[in-house]
Design a protein around this ligand. Sequence first.
Ligand code: DLZ
Ligand code: SF4
Length: 530
Amino acid sequence: MGALRFVLGDQLNRRISSLVDLDPEADLVLMVEVTEEATYVRHHKQKIAFLFSAMRHFAEELRGEGVQVAYVRLDDPENTGSFSGELARAVDRHRPERVVVAEPGEWRVWDAMRRWSERLGLPVEIREDNRFLCSRAAFSRWAEGKPAYTMEFFYRAMRKQTGLLMDEAGGPEGGRWNFDRENRKPLPKRADPPPPPRFEPDAITRDVLVLVHERFDGHFGRLEPFGWAVTRADAVAALSHFLEHRLHSYGDYQDAMREGVDFLYHSALSPYLNSGLLTAEEVARAVELAWREGLAPLNAAEGFIRQVIGWREYVRGVYWHRMPDYAATNALGATRRLPWFYWSGETRMNCLADCIRSTADHAWAHHIQRLMVTGNFALIAGIRPSEVEEWYLVVYTDAYEWVELPNTHGMILYADGGVLGTKPYAASGAYINRMSDYCGRCHYDVRERTGEKACPFNYLYWDFIMRHEDGLADNPRMRMPYTTLARMSDAQRTAIRESAEAFFASPEMSPDPPDRPGPASARDVQPSLL
Ligand code: DLZ
Ligand code: SF4
């Protein structure tokens, strides 16, 4: 036979570089469901189900085209459980001339992949992942020698490169590159955002749901109801629904939160983008067209396109440019264990309870919940980066390390000391109160700064500011809080310190499940979840 083309679970695109020159007569496509990928961190049940079902559908589509596919199911008795093991077994079985694969999304897999050729005694061609608009090499050329990787400049270069939202004179549409200032409105009471469509599980998905229920029942999150699109056609339908029903208000309310309204005006397309069902380019072009046709204002289209061709490409670039060292830093010296409530959702802090509930229900939460609620809390409470990172990688359907690590390690936790962001995104309860309706139904009082009833975000924020005075007070973007801190009396500082200490010692912050004391980590416990 000709080439063995290995397609990983997050590479489900017919135009991916590893398939562009596929010869259906001579080549074979290999796809494998393997325990190692599902359990190196214990992914959310819906994330595994989404990917297995999308993989099985993709294999069916290829077969429908006449392509030969070797698809190894998780419950195949001969399954060795790993990418490397399954590739070796497939090479033994099919004796290809060479292996072709697109570069993976995680350093760990890349590291193994680089050794495949030697291990197999066969040429292994690792091709650039052409789903990204900026290659790893192009990003490194852009970043090399720069003292800071300023996302805004990267984004402008991407706008010029793609021509997206550029006017005829070569400038940005609307005369500005960035309309972020317009995109911070709280949600008005009367707003009633239509949720994204749900897709009824077909026979393939139902089979996968049974498998996930049997094999991964101890993993975090609810498996059902399951409503993600698992085919390209349905992902395209989800994109159309977003363009028609939510894009128009995406910009205005992208930072808003409302209890029990999980999707607001967000697209929830990230699982499809990151697994290959949709590409960044087609989604960004569709959004631009929607704006040109008058379906959405410029601040919405620009805000969305910035996330897709700016931020998303940028974090991937930083990841590959800085790995493997990037993950190892802990600039703020955070060492506290991740509280158990991140897994159980059982906390009296209403904002956190709702964001974790949404995460358990859908394996998804929107960016401001991830950044300013679960993320902000982990930052100001000083939670150990590796534990927070594992949580983010586990719980979200769209999470692969290339996107999760820079967002968590850099953007949320400032553990990279400012490679990605210019300051830590720390905020007190006032921010959450301004952008949501969470505080009205909370056990804690957002107006109180210290004491038992005070919102923990308030004293943890000021405790964070005090703890890091040495490292952060000179940062020009932190001038405001340090000016306020300088005006605080010793008694106020002591009260903050004492409230924080009492909270850290309270059951809310325990890293262990209430009925199971002792060391526990997400890897070795069975969260009995929500
Ligand atoms: C996330 C994931 C899971 C849960 N399972 C599989 C799998 O069984 N087979 C597969 O090919 N890919 C899976 N993935 C996605 C991989 O983890 C992903 O391709 C790597 O992290 C590299 O990006
Ligand atoms: Fe969250 Fe504090 Fe508001 Fe409660 S009072 S919902 S803990 S911000």
